[in-house]
Structure formats: C-alpha cells, structure tokens
Design a protein around this ligand. Structure first.
Ligand code: PBG
Length: 343
C-alpha cells in the first residue's frame, strides 16, 4: 500500500465511504465559495438610525449602546454626509426630547420646529438625495413613555391615530421621504395615507412597523430617547405577543391593505421566522429592524472580548438577507458600509 501512495500530496486516497456527494467541494477555496454564494449584503440594504439631541457640536454617548451617540443637528448633517459618501440609501431619525417639552398628549410631536423636523430640514437642504425616514409614535414626547394618549389607564386607539396623522403631516411637510409609524395603533396606516394624500403629499412613502413585538430588546433605545425611565407599565396592549406568528401575518395584511408601501418586522434576529413568512406570503418590500438590544448584545460582547464584533456584525446582517429581508435598519450601518467599501 505504501508504494501505491500518490506522489502528489494534493491527491489523497479516497477511503471506502462510498461518497457520491461531497458538499465540501464547493467550499474548498475562496473563489469557489464566492461562486456559489446565495446571498450578498450591500450598502443598498442599509438604513441608518440616528438619535438627535439639542445644542451644537454635541455628541452624547448612549451608555447602553456603546459606540452610538446622541447628536445635535449640525453633527447629524455631518453624519448624513458620511452616509452619502458610503452610499447608504437612507437614514432614520429619532429625537431625544427634553423633559420640559414632554406632556401627557405628546404635544411636542406636532411642533413643526421640533428636533426631528429641524434635523430633517437641515439634512434635506444639504443632501436632497439622501432618503430620510421618520418615526411616527408619541413615546419620545409623552411624560408617561407610551406611544399613545391615555384615558382611564388605557392607551386610546382612535384618539391617538388622529394625533399621529398630524405628526406624520408635520414630518412630511418638513421633508421626510418615508413615514414609519411604529406605534401599533389599529388603522393608523390608512388614516396617515389619507392625511398625506389630502395634503397633496402623494409621493411620501409609508414604511409600516407592521409586526412589532412587545420586546425587551428595545431597552437601550428607550435610554437613547429618554423614555425608558418614564415608562409606566409595558406596551403589551398594543405591541404584539412574542408567542404569535399567524397574528403577524394578519397585521401585515392589514397594513398592506391600508396602503403601506413597505412593511417592517421588529425586532430582527429573534424574529427571522416572521421575516421569512411575511416575505414569502406577500412579496412586498420587507424590512427588518436590528434593534438597540441586538446591537448592544453584539457590541457589548465584542468590547468584553467575548466574540469577534466585526464577524458577528456581518453574520447577523447576512442572516436578514437569507431570511428574505429587502433591507435592515441597523446601528451598524456606517461600520458595515465602511467594511463593504474596503471589500
Ligand atoms: C418607538 C420606537 C421604539 C423603537 C423604534 N421606535 C421603542 C418602543 O416601541 O418602545 C425601538 C428601536 C430599537 O430598540 O432600536 N415607538
């Protein structure tokens, strides 16, 4: 046997496993892996969420989201420039509202000069071709931290929807390209669409947070917008039960019927099954939100030296593509875009 050993070390003897199929062949080298790769992540898949705060030249770190800061409007404009240079298609803006401006009805949401509107106008005038997504919900503006108005201890659906329509109009008039209702009130997509159309804003898109779960993974975001410490109780009477999936399909079907141009599933990684089912069932542009808690888990572990942060970031993002997502809202957007640009 020894004498018959192949002289070429690259040709090892086949043993008697009788294998016809060797899936490892297609993984034998980098070029072969690239050739059979089924999904790719590109910068076109990214929406970058940013937190806006008062002042100028301000960057305030968000303790529970290492690497993420709240930014004053002038700094937001500089970050928008970074997004444009990296070819990130769109940013999403969320305000940190001073307590002095918060009340039970979230009135500041309707102020055409509030932080978000000022940021939208500043970014739009500097970079008209960068997409801007704004969040419609009252929680950054209410002194109780809920997404709607409260009466007798209940979050009032229809009263809230009427306010959300006004909020959407204020944002769209400021120049927002995409209105993203994240409140989970019933009927808000239809009401917002009708409101936008009445105002002649027929090209403003709606990206509905269609299947939004009552999730512990939003914790760091609530720190970032300053609503966490204020929140009374939880959001389980309007956000979805994590145990449900058929209900997510009903929610998405309703939002599409009501006129949503795009739908979103949120959180991301723990809900990849929902993304898959939504995309498979409806075939509409379906986005995932890799939320603050998911970011914090990866980045926190990376900073502790427990995993390779860059690899975990890329792996988590390709998972969304595999699940069928059209794109991802992610706090990693600039970092992964820089990585993709380097090749
Ligand atoms: C507001 C809103 C939330 C998020 C986006 N919009 C928080 C919540 O519903 O409590 C979460 C985003 C994140 O965690 O990154 N309604």
């Amino acid at each position: 046997r020894q004498a018959e050993a192949p002289s070429d070390a690259r040709r090892p003897q086949a043993h008697d496993l009788g294998l016809i199929h060797r899936p490892r062949r297609n993984r034998k080298s980098d070029w072969a892996r690239r050739l059979v790769r089924e999904n790719v992540l590109t910068t076109d898949d990214l929406i970058w969420p940013l937190f806006v705060t008062e002042g100028s030249g301000v960057r305030t770190p968000v303790a529970s989201m290492p690497g993420v800061d709240r930014l004053s409007v002038d700094v937001i404009v500089r970050e928008a420039e970074r997004a444009v240079k990296l070819a990130i298609p769109a940013i999403a803006l969320f305000p940190y509202t001073d307590k002095a401006f918060k009340d039970a009805r979230g009135s500041e949401a309707l102020n055409a000069n509030n932080l978000v509107c000022r940021a939208v106008r500043a970014v739009k005038s500097a970079f008209p071709d960068l997409g801007i997504v704004t969040d419609v919900a009252l929680d950054p503006y209410t002194d109780h931290g809920h997404d709607g108005v409260i009466a007798d201890g209940r979050i009032m659906n229809d009263e809230t929807v009427a306010i959300l329509v006004e909020q959407a109009l204020v944002q769209a008039e400021a120049g927002a390209d995409v209105i993203a209702p994240s409140d989970m009130m019933d009927g808000r997509v239809a009401a917002i669409r009708a409101g936008l159309d009445r105002a002649g804003l027929i090209d403003v898109q709606i990206m509905a947070y269609a299947a939004k779960y009552a999730s512990a993974f939003y914790g760091p975001f609530r720190d970032a917008v300053g609503s966490g410490a204020l929140l009374i109780g939880d959001k389980r009477t309007y956000q979805m039960d994590p145990a449900n999936s058929a209900e997510a399909l009903r929610e998405v079907a309703l939002d599409i019927e009501e006129g949503a141009d795009m739908v979103m599933v949120k959180p991301g990684l723990p809900y990849l099954d929902i993304i898959w089912r939504v995309k498979d069932s409806f075939g509409v542009p379906t986005f995932a939100y890799q939320v603050s808690g998911e970011y914090a888990m990866i980045e926190g572990a990376a900073r502790a030296g427990w995993l390779d942060g860059d690899k975990a970031m890329v792996e988590s993002l390709i998972a969304f593509k595999r699940a069928g997502a059209s794109g991802v809202l992610t706090y990693f957007a600039p970092r992964v875009a820089e990585r993709l640009a380097r090749g």
